[in-house]
Design a protein around this ligand. Structure first.
Ligand code: FUB
Ligand code: ZN
Length: 674
C-alpha cells in the first residue's frame, strides 16, 4: 500500500456545506428527524410504538447503585426474538424493567452522533442543552467498573458478555463510542467521551489476545471501527489494539460462539463453514473473499477492517477488503447501491441473485457501504470506491427517507406492487409506503448521522492533496503549510454536471484531486492553464501555486443512459435501468398507470429531460416514448404465442429516491426492452 496516499476526512468544523441538494437533506434531518427521534426515544410520539430507550437509561441509572449492592442474579428475560423484551399487557403500568430490543441503547447513540454533526453546521443552544441532559442520564447509568449497557445493568451483570452472538453489547458500545466521539469533536464536551473510554477500558480488560482474556468478538460488528475512532481522537494505542484483536479473532476455530450457551441450538447443526456466515465469523477475515451473511454486519466489519489496515499498514488485510469489496460491487450490489438481496437473515444472497421485488437492501446496509467506500478511499484514492459511494448515496440511501423527512423505508426494493406486498409472505417486509418509525428503528437515525456528516464523505485530505470525491457545494477552510486556504465548491449535482472550484490562497502549493465520475466518458475543464495536471485512478490531479481567487471549472456531461445488468442476474435480463449522471430512475404508477410490467422501451427511444418539481422539490425527470402491452384481447390466462399487441405511450421516469412520496403505488426500476 502506498502510504503516502493515505487521506482522512476533513473535520466537519472546517467545512460549511452550502450545496442546494445536500444542505436540503441536512436541514430535513435537523428540522424533522432529530426532534422527532428525540420524542420517539422518550416515548412521546402518539400512535408510534414505544422505544423505551431513554426510559431504559433512567431505570438503569436508578437500579445502578441498588443492583451493585444486592448483586441480583440474572433473570432470563422472556424475549421473543433475539432479545426483544415485549410490552407488558397494561402499558400504563411499566415495571422497572428493560423494554424493547436488546440494542435499544444504540438509538440514543445514533441520535447524539447526528446531533453532534448537526451542531457543527448549525449551532443550536436548545438542542445542545437537550443533548447535554440526555448525556447526564446516560452517564448516570454507568457502573463503577465502566460498564454501560442498560440491558445487562437492568437484568443483572452476572451474565455480561454471555451472549456475544446475539445480544449486541459490543454493538451498543460501538454506537455509543461513535456518538461520544462525534459529540466531543463538535462541542469539545468530553463527559460522554470519558464515559466511553471507561467502558472501552472495561472491555479491553476483558477481551484480548493476552492469556486469561476472553477470545470473543462482536456478534454484530461496529465496535471495530468505533474503537479506531476512539484511538484517533485519544491517540491511545490500546484501542487500536483491541480493534485489531476483534478483527483478527473473528472466525478462528473452534468458533467462539460455540462456547456460548444459546437458547437456540439450530445453528450448531449447520455445516461448520455455514454456521456463522450470518455474522461473518465462518472464516478468519483474511481468508474471506465473498461478502456473506447479514449485510449491515458485513459492511460494518469491512469498514473496521479497512480502518485497521490503514492504521497498521496491513497489506494482507487491505487485500481481504479488496476481495470483499469486489465481491459486493461485481456480484451482489443493486444498481441503486442497495445491498442484501434476501430478507432471510437480512443478508447477501449468492452471486447475481438480485431479485427486485423481494429485495431487502436495508437502508442501513447502503449506509454501511458508504462507510466502507470512504474507508477504502482513505487507504487508496481510487474512483472505483467513490463511484459506488456516490451511487449508494443518491439512490439506495436517500430512498430510505421521504422528501419531507417524516417517514422512512427500512427495505428498499426495486420493484413494488402494493397488492403483492400485502399477499405474498416473501414480501411481508416490503412496504409500499414509508413508515413513521419502527420498533427496530435502526435505519432512520442511521440516515440522520450519515446525512448530517455528509461533508466528511465529499472531501478527504492527505499531506499534500485535497481530494474531492463528491461534488458538493461547500466552503472548506484549511491551514496548508501554515497559510489559510479557502476552497469554495459550487456544484449543480446531481441535476447538472457543472462544478466551480475557487481556491483562495497565497502562494501556496498543494494538489487538488478531482474525481472523474464513471458515468461520463469525458469532461471539459478550464482554469488549468498554469497547472500541472495528471489523470490517475479516476482522479484529475491539479498541482499549482495557488493564488488569491484561482478558479477551476469542470463540466461533466450528464446524458441519459440505459444500463443493462450482467445476464447472470436472472431478473434483469432483457431489461434496462434508466440513469442520468449519478441518479437512477424508476417508473411510478402515479405517472404511468397501473401494471408497470406491461411497459417497455424501444431501442431508439429518445429521452427528453424535464426540469420540474416533485412534491415541491426541484428535480429532473425523463420522458421517453415506450410501449404498453394490451391485455384486453386476451380471453384466458394462456394462448399460443404471437407477438403481443402494444400501443405507443409516453413514459415518465422519476429519480428512484423520490418514489413513494405521492401515494401508495407501483414502482419499478428495471424496464423491459423490445
Ligand atoms: O441488529 C441491529 C440492527 O437491527 C441491524 O443492523 C439491522 O439490520 C437490524 O436488524
Ligand atoms: Zn437499518
Amino acid at each position: 500500500m502506498e502510504k503516502n496516499w493515505y487521506s482522512s476526512p476533513l473535520s466537519l468544523r472546517d467545512i460549511q456545506i452550502t450545496d442546494a441538494f445536500w444542505k436540503g437533506e441536512m436541514e430535513l434531518v435537523r428540522r424533522e428527524v432529530l426532534p422527532y427521534q428525540w420524542a420517539a426515544l422518550n416515548d412521546e410520539v402518539e400512535g408510534a410504538a414505544p422505544s423505551f430507550c431513554m426510559r431504559n437509561f433512567k431505570v438503569a441509572g436508578k437500579l445502578n447503585q441498588e443492583k451493585r449492592e444486592k448483586g441480583d442474579a440474572f433473570v432470563e428475560p422472556a424475549y421473543t426474538f433475539r432479545g426483544f423484551e415485549a410490552l407488558p399487557e397494561d402499558p400504563e403500568h411499566l415495571e422497572d424493567k428493560f423494554y424493547g430490543f436488546v440494542f435499544q441503547d444504540s438509538d440514543f447513540s445514533k441520535w447524539i452522533e447526528a446531533v453532534g454533526y448537526s451542531l457543527t453546521q448549525h449551532p443550536d443552544e436548545e438542542l445542545e442543552r437537550i443533548a447535554d441532559g440526555a448525556i447526564d442520564l446516560v452517564c448516570a447509568a454507568q457502573q463503577e467498573d465502566g460498564y454501560l449497557d442498560t440491558y445487562y445493568i437492568i437484568n443483572g451483570r452476572d451474565k455480561t458478555f454471555s451472549n456475544l452472538r446475539d445480544h449486541h453489547e459490543l454493538y451498543c458500545f460501538g454506537h455509543l463510542t461513535e456518538g461520544a466521539v462525534a459529540y466531543y469533536q463538535a462541542t469539545g464536551k468530553d463527559k460522554l467521551l470519558n464515559a466511553v473510554r471507561r467502558f472501552a477500558d472495561y472491555i479491553g480488560n476483558y477481551f484480548g489476545s493476552e492469556e486469561g482474556k476472553c477470545k470473543g468478538y462482536p456478534g454484530h460488528e461496529i465496535a471495530e471501527m468505533a474503537l479506531v475512532r476512539l484511538y484517533e481522537v485519544t491517540k491511545e494505542e490500546r484501542y487500536l489494539t483491541l480493534a485489531r484483536f476483534f478483527v483478527d479473532e473473528r472466525g478462528k476455530r473452534p468458533y467462539y460462539f460455540d462456547s456460548e450457551q444459546h437458547p437456540d441450538m439450530q445453528r450448531r447443526g449447520q455445516k461448520e463453514e455455514l454456521r456463522y456466515q450470518y455474522n461473518q465469523a465462518h472464516l478468519p477475515v483474511r481468508e474471506q473473499d465473498e461478502a456473506v451473511g447479514h449485510a449491515v454486519r458485513a459492511v460494518y466489519l469491512y469498514s473496521g477492517m479497512a480502518d485497521v489496515a490503514r492504521l497498521t499498514g496491513d497489506e494482507a488485510l487491505y487485500g481481504a477488503c479488496e476481495k470483499l469489496w469486489n465481491s459486493i460491487v461485481n456480484e451482489k450490489m443493486y444498481v441503486t447501491g442497495g445491498i442484501g438481496g434476501t430478507h432471510i437473515g437480512e443478508a447477501f444472497s449468492f452471486p447475481y441473485d438480485l431479485p427486485n421485488d423481494t429485495a431487502y437492501a436495508e437502508t442501513c446496509a447502503s449506509i454501511g457501504l458508504v462507510f466502507f467506500a470512504r474507508r477504502m478511499l482513505e487507504i487508496r484514492p481510487d474512483a472505483r470506491y467513490a463511484n459506488v459511494m456516490e451511487r449508494a448515496l443518491y439512490n439506495g440511501v436517500l430512498s430510505g427517507m421521504a422528501l419531507d423527512g417524516k417517514s422512512f423505508f427500512y427495505v428498499n426494493p426495486l420493484e413494488v406492487n402494493p397488492e403483492a406486498c400485502r399477499r405474498d409472505e416473501r414480501k411481508f417486509h416490503v412496504k409500499p409506503v414509508r413508515q413513521k418509525w419502527f420498533g427496530c428503528a435502526c435505519c432512520p437515525p442511521n440516515l440522520a448521522r450519515l446525512l448530517s456528516s455528509i461533508g466528511s464523505y465529499a472531501y478527504t485530505e492527505s499531506e499534500d492533496t485535497l481530494f474531492v470525491h463528491l461534488y458538493m457545494g461547500g466552503i472548506l477552510s484549511k491551514k496548508v503549510q501554515g497559510q489559510d486556504v479557502d476552497v469554495c465548491v459550487e456544484s449543480g449535482f446531481p441535476w447538472d454536471g457543472n462544478v466551480k472550484i475557487k481556491v483562495r490562497a497565497q502562494n501556496t502549493s498543494f494538489r487538488l484531486a478531482l474525481r472523474l465520475p464513471d458515468w461520463c466518458s469525458g469532461y471539459e475543464a478550464s482554469g488549468l492553464e498554469d497547472a500541472q495536471t495528471e489523470e490517475r485512478d479516476g482522479y484529475l490531479y491539479v498541482k499549482k501555486e495557488w493564488q488569491e481567487e484561482d478558479c477551476i471549472e469542470l463540466s461533466f456531461p450528464m446524458e441519459v443512459k440505459l444500463i443493462a445488468a450482467n445476464p447472470r442476474v436472472r431478473e434483469d435480463v432483457g431489461k434496462v435501468a434508466v440513469t442520468r449522471g449519478p441518479i437512477v430512475y424508476c417508473l411510478e404508477e402515479a405517472d404511468n398507470g397501473k401494471d408497470l410490467h406491461m411497459l417497455s422501451l424501444g431501442a431508439g427511444s429518445k429521452p427528453t429531460v424535464v426540469e420540474e418539481k416533485i412534491c415541491g422539490i426541484p428535480a429532473k425527470t425523463i420522458e421517453m416514448p415506450g410501449y404498453r402491452r394490451e391485455a384486453k384481447e386476451m380471453a384466458g390466462l394462456y394462448h399460443t404465442w404471437r407477438a403481443d399487441h402494444k400501443k405507443v405511450v409516453g413514459l415518465r421516469f422519476i429519480p428512484y429516491y423520490m418514489w413513494a412520496n405521492r401515494s401508495e403505488n407501483e414502482m419499478q426500476v428495471w424496464t423491459r426492452m423490445e
